[in-house]
Design a protein around this ligand. Structure first.
Ligand code: LLP
Length: 421
């Protein structure tokens, strides 16, 4: 469920008509709904109410500080994967003891930053990382709380580029070697081994793969405890998928996910963390774009938009489907026709949808990409010297620009010309 509905024939974000925002900031832009963000966070939070828990929003999905602050004020922790994300979370007011640090390639500098600034735990992904973490913690004079990310070798049944839990992926340590690696960690002076971490992939649309992974984690918890480790926290990752189409997909709900966690690991008495990103932000955001031209081609018609692959790369990168709807509600019974919906970037990959059935839209009208809140703005670039597009946050009948569109001067003046030119 989200808060982007037609009211009086015009698509709104909560109580704000999208054309009003378009008139103020220009197109294209991203717009997020506060109520939807909070609703999704609360669903996860309530799904884990049966135990001590923390929902750590995977801020890679949408990392604007206004979004982070909205969620943090509701009680969310953050899952960060870089020094930049760590600093951004801190800047948004998230306390260090609510930040978990994930990622396969944490540098010594990033580790130092988190150890001095405060951190809830590191999710360690390899032995070499463990060695560096132990050394830096020693230098800083602290003990680093860690979980070790295990790779359970399960098939997440999602797009290959976003599956992480198979043994051939770069993530975590093979679960078969976990006891050996935990023994190594326990012997390191500046590490405190507190738990286990697992994350098997993103946009999972069934619970089976989670269940397989969590059962393996439960078994490992018991083995590690028998080996003398005080396993008291389980970080079970993110990955729960969202419906991108309105008809045929019905991924499991957070409540069912929470019940699965209870069933598989609840008996262990561990504190539970999860790291959802997409389900919190995905359907809380739209990308709104203007139609530049409607072009008739050889046997097909094109809608040429002012948004492009650099603004929303998911269709080009993952063959992802995004619903694209007109901002002006079509009259009931309006005939639809197939269009290729494309951006102005100079490559054929800049195609959002092929032969998509759409009601007629004319040049100058607005369309909205649904489910664009997660992995939208954060993955955008300035390819073709196209400015990063503004982000807008709506709350009820108010809206605020939470990232303005940079000017061309700002973009161009970032380049520096060597003296010899
Ligand atoms: N935790 C870890 C360690 C992760 O690597 C990820 C996502 C998450 C949590 C959050 O997963 P989520 O709940 O959002 O599924 N750019 C891709 C998705 C990449 C996901 C990367 N890791 C896309 O647009 O589909």
């Amino acid at each position: 469920m989200d808060h982007f509905l037609y009211q009086n024939g015009v698509l709104h974000a909560e109580d704000v008509p999208l054309p009003e925002i378009a008139a103020a900031v220009g197109t294209p832009f991203y717009v997020y709904s506060t109520a939807t963000l909070l609703r999704h966070f609360t669903l996860f939070d309530e799904a884990l109410n049966w135990t001590d828990h923390l929902v750590c929003y995977a801020m890679k999905a949408a990392s604007n500080q206004a979004i982070l602050k909205t969620l943090a004020q509701a009680g969310a922790g953050m899952d960060v994967v870089s020094g930049g994300e760590y600093l951004r979370a801190k800047a948004a007011g998230v306390p260090g003891d609510r930040i978990v640090f994930s990622g396969v390639g944490k540098t010594a500098e990033e580790i130092h930053m988190a150890l001095t600034g405060g951190i809830r735990q590191f999710n360690v992904e390899s032995e070499p990382e463990m060695v560096v973490l132990n050394r830096v913690a020693g230098e800083v004079g602290v003990t680093a709380p860690i979980t070790i990310r295990v790779n359970p070798d399960v098939d997440a049944k999602t797009h290959a580029k976003i599956a992480t839990g198979k043994s051939e992926n770069k993530f975590g340590i093979p679960i078969a070697r976990a006891r050996e690696v935990y023994a190594m960690a326990a012997a390191m002076e500046h590490l405190d081994v507190i738990g286990i971490d697992v994350h098997i992939g993103s946009q999972l649309t069934e619970l089976g793969p989670f269940e397989q992974a969590y059962l393996k984690v439960a078994e490992l918890t018991e083995q590690l405890r028998a080996d003398g480790h005080d396993i008291r926290r389980l970080d079970l990752g993110g990955g729960l998928g969202i419906p991108y189409t309105r008809s045929n997909e019905a991924p499991p709900l957070p409540m069912e996910f929470g019940a699965l966690i209870q069933r598989t690991v609840g008996h262990l008495g561990c504190e539970i963390e999860i790291e959802p990103g997409r389900l919190i932000a995905g359907n809380a955001g739209l990308m709104v774009s203007g139609v530049i031209y409607v072009k008739s081609g050889e046997g097909r018609d094109f809608l040429i938009l002012d948004g492009a692959m650099n603004d929303l790369i998911r269709p080009a990168m993952y063959e992802a489907y995004h619903d694209i709807i007109p901002v002006t509600e079509p009259a009931p019974g309006t005939e639809q026709a197939p269009f290729d919906i494309v951006g102005p970037v100079c490559e054929s990959g800049d195609t959002f949808a092929k032969q998509r059935m759409m009601p007629p839209v004319a040049a100058g009208e607005l369309v909205a990409f649904r489910s664009a809140g997660a992995y939208g703005a954060v993955m955008s670039s300035e390819y073709n010297t196209r400015p990063l597009i503004p982000e807008v946050l709506v709350k009820g009948d108010q809206y605020a620009v939470i990232r303005p569109r940079p000017t061309f001067d700002e973009i161009i003046n970032r380049d520096t010309i060597p003296e010899w030119l």
